[in-house]
Design a protein. Structure first.
Length: 80
């Protein structure tokens, strides 16, 4: 069964695929960790609401609020 960190990793992969950049950036590992903890998730113009919803739920900073596999399977982004 995937764990919250696995779901986060999937979110990073999908975000990177869509935007060709990581969701949180910095000049060092520490800066990336700080950005991940403190910065909001940002989207480029033109992204669908379904993609925003998916990424917001995969990259939720609270592991207990991230999508589960069951929720992911019913996500509209995958069915559009």
């Amino acid at each position: 069964m995937p764990k919250p960190n696995d779901i986060w990793g999937l979110g990073v992969c999908i975000y990177t695929y869509l935007f060709e950049t990581l969701p949180f950036n910095g000049e060092s590992d520490i800066e990336v960790q700080i950005a991940t903890k403190n910065n909001p998730l940002e989207f480029k113009e033109g992204i669908s609401e379904e993609a925003k919803d998916l990424l917001n739920n995969l990259l939720n900073k609270d592991p207990l609020k991230r999508y589960t596999v069951s929720q992911l399977k019913s996500c509209k982004w995958f069915t559009v």
